[in-house]
Design a binder for this molecule. Structure first.
Ligand SMILES: Cc1cc2nc3c(=O)[nH]c(=O)nc-3n(C[C@H](O)[C@H](O)[C@H](O)COP(=O)(O)O)c2cc1C
Length: 206
């Protein structure tokens, strides 16, 4: 029974294009895996803490040396990592904010990238999260497809691929759902806009 971890970060609920395309992905995935389990991690609903001194100090100490403050900080990180490790596939549905990931997704990344837990740290610097695939749907107001001048400003897809590879997830597909500004400014509808990306989304939900 495969498990899909569905990570969503847009705060825009039903108006969100990354959520709408992610919904199409999840529906197709469920059809292909009728016995599959889907775990939702909604980063817009559950506000994650930023990493601070108790977390940063705690990750380098054995658990019997953890203060109650460190235990609390690490418990959140432990929960997110356990969720990640128990998934076979990961879906990340996210907006582009200021050319990169939204702060809530960055907070999740900071909590799951952990030496000796999700990567070995030096000297090997090997990822420890193995055997997983990740599909990423990025909604953006502009268009950043390869070959366009704006592609150089997409600091999100390359960053996500790099950080996922760092922890061992190298099988990653990114769907860039650009030009959502056309929906915001009323020159097209969500339905028309989504129709351009749906074939790629459905194909990726294997
Ligand atoms: C704070 C903020 C920053 C944004 N920055 C960018 C950006 O750098 N590039 C871009 O193309 N669109 C940008 N946008 C537009 C969003 O990427 C676009 O509205 C997208 O559809 C949001 O995803 P969602 O529909 O899933 O909520 C920004 C929107 C907000 C609210």
């Amino acid at each position: 029974m495969p498990t899909l971890l569905n990570i969503q970060s847009s705060p825009r609920g039903l108006n969100s294009i990354s959520r709408s395309l992610s919904h199409d992905f999840v529906t197709a995935w469920q059809t292909r895996h009728p016995d599959g389990k889907i775990v939702l991690r909604d980063l817009a609903e559950d506000t994650l803490p930023y990493v601070g001194v108790p977390w940063i100090t705690g990750i380098f100490l054995p658990s019997d040396k953890h203060t109650p403050e460190m235990q609390r900080a690490l418990a959140v990180s432990d929960e997110l990592i356990a969720e990640l490790l128990s998934a076979d596939e990961i879906l990340i549905g996210t907006p582009m904010y200021n050319f990169t990931v939204p702060a809530n997704l960055k907070a999740w990344i900071d909590l799951i990238v952990r030496p000796r837990v999700t990567h070995s740290g030096p000297p090997e610097r090997k990822g420890l999260v193995l055997g997983k695939t990740c599909k990423i749907i990025i909604a953006s107001g502009g268009t950043y497809d390869q070959g366009l001048p704006a592609a150089a400003s997409d600091y999100e897809s390359g960053y996500l691929k790099r950080i996922l590879a760092f922890i061992g997830i190298t099988e990653v597909e990114v769907i860039l759902a650009g030009n959502t500004a056309a929906v915001s400014f009323g020159s097209t509808t969500v339905e028309e806009h989504s129709a351009q990306f749906r074939p790629a989304v459905l194909a990726s939900a294997r």
